[in-house]
Design a binder for this molecule. Structure first.
Ligand SMILES: *Cc1c(COP(=O)(O)O)cnc(C)c1O
Length: 445
């Protein structure tokens, strides 16, 4: 194995903290920085930061000593600092901002469960994080300890999942699921695993980045009992890839958990093809596959982080072909109003006729591809995967659901839930109206 190029850092004020404390995630959590006074000990604050830190009512601030130590204390534009230390720009509202820009609440059949896509759900299991990103897409609920989900909410989420057989993929998020008390996290995984139609469980977590100390051998031993389990972490800049993160990623992948990365395109942090290339190359060195690069959502207080969409496309164009294919993430815009993630790509197709396509490669080299003249497509009537579908593949319904698919029986109330044209803030599907599993409409056996 090549020696790790990644390093450890500790701010001067933490030099005398004994290693057993520094490496204990509970110590990291209880020693987080959150006031101007705390920050003055680690960073040379700017006037703008001091102003934000002393303004009431801004989104919660908390940073682990580990993560704060990755910041260059004398650089006001440090890319890690900008992600977590508030500045006066946050106080400025911008037009187009929305409280719940992705209309997640409108797609929630029960509190904390967002069912927007046919076969998978997003399950918000806590409002707490190890540190708080200034551009948090869920700042409307995240950070508030009084708004966290109750046991009753959790039972209602499980109840919905048990009654919704088309859900085969449950994505745990929040807040950060890895900040849950170890016993609660395990109970959650155990209860999900009891539901036979849930094939995979995913965890979305920034804990390996904010507090890699949490990724202990015990945590990995526990997680691997619930396979197939996948995890997406959230790294935005190569400076976040430390020796500690590399070790956490190594433990997780050795426990058989495939790791992906979801990053956010942020002005002044990573809106540069050279930074992004270094980021994705360093990620694959620690065996984390870049998954999504998100356009920054329309979130209150985060207007100063937004970039034009063209910047994201330019970055993808500077990656594809220029570096390993598996290091290139998909650039997505999460559609305001709840349309879901929309992938955007540079255009490599110059023109198309019935027999020829004109293409260009990553260097701009133009080429012609001849289409086949006697293409015989597969026969859906004899195909065992097609025969029970009433709708031809590719023919997608309004909600993006394969209507009549034997796996999916639309409950009454589902259309209302997916009605993007307004209505109540939080519509609830009445689970008593779910029809039994296995037989599509009009196909009763
Ligand atoms: C992002 C997201 C998912 C998962 O989408 P994938 O493209 O499968 O990673 C599921 N539900 C909601 C509401 C989401 O925002």
């Amino acid at each position: 194995m090549t020696p790790s190029p990644f390093i450890s850092k500790r701010a001067p004020i933490y030099q005398d903290v004994p290693d057993e404390k520094w490496n204990d995630w509970r110590w990291q959590l209880s020693n987080r920085l959150n006031s101007a006074e705390d920050f003055e000990k680690v960073l040379n604050l700017t006037d703008s930061e001091r102003k934000a830190l002393t303004t009431q009512g801004l989104f919660r601030v908390d940073i682990t000593p580990y993560y704060a130590s990755l910041i260059d204390p004398n650089d006001p534009d440090d890319p890690i600092r900008k992600q977590v230390v508030p500045r006066a720009d946050e106080i400025v509202p911008f037009t187009g901002m929305m409280e719940d820009s992705l209309a997640e609440d409108r797609h929630s059949p029960v509190p904390g469960l967002v069912h927007r896509y046919p076969d998978r759900v997003l399950m918000l299991v806590t409002t707490q994080c190890a540190s708080y990103c200034r551009y948090c897409t869920r700042s409307r609920i995240v950070g508030d300890p009084s708004a966290t989900f109750s046991h009753q909410d959790f039972e209602a989420q499980l109840d919905y999942l048990r009654r919704t057989p088309q859900v085969r993929d449950v994505l745990l998020s929040g807040g950060d699921p890895l900040t849950l008390a170890p016993k609660i996290l395990e109970e959650l995984l155990m209860r999900l695993r009891e539901i036979p139609h849930i094939e995979i469980i995913r965890i979305g977590s920034r804990v390996p980045v904010f507090m890699p100390q949490r990724v202990t051998p015990e945590l990995c031993d526990m997680l691997q009992k619930y396979h197939p389990l996948w995890m997406n972490i959230h790294v935005n800049h190569p400076n976040e890839i430390s020796a500690e993160l590399a070790q956490a990623a190594d433990r997780l992948t050795r426990a058989g958990i495939p790791l992906g990365n979801q990053s956010v395109l942020l002005a002044g942090v990573n809106d540069c093809v050279h930074i992004q290339r270094k980021l994705v190359q360093d990620l694959v060195r620690i065996r984390v596959r870049p998954y999504y690069l998100y356009q920054c959502d329309l979130v209150e207080g985060a207007g100063h982080f937004r970039t034009p969409v063209a910047k994201g496309i330019e970055i993808i164009e500077g990656l594809r072909g220029h570096t390993s294919g598996f290091a290139v993430p998909t650039y997505v815009v999460d559609a305001p109003g709840g349309g879901g993630k929309i992938p955007l790509m540079p255009n490599y197709q110059i023109s198309m006729s019935d027999h020829k396509i004109i293409l260009r490669n990553y260097e701009g080299y133009v080429t012609t591809y001849e289409e086949p003249i006697n293409y015989k497509p597969h026969d859906p009537k004899t195909c065992e995967y097609c025969k029970n579908k009433r709708v031809e593949p590719g023919q997608i319904g309004i909600t993006g659901l394969l209507d009549g698919d034997e796996m999916f029986i639309k409950p009454e109330g589902f259309d209302e839930l997916h009605n993007r044209g307004g209505g109540e803030h939080r519509l609830r599907a009445d689970s008593s109206k779910w029809k039994p599993l296995g037989i599509g409409p009009g196909e009763e056996k």
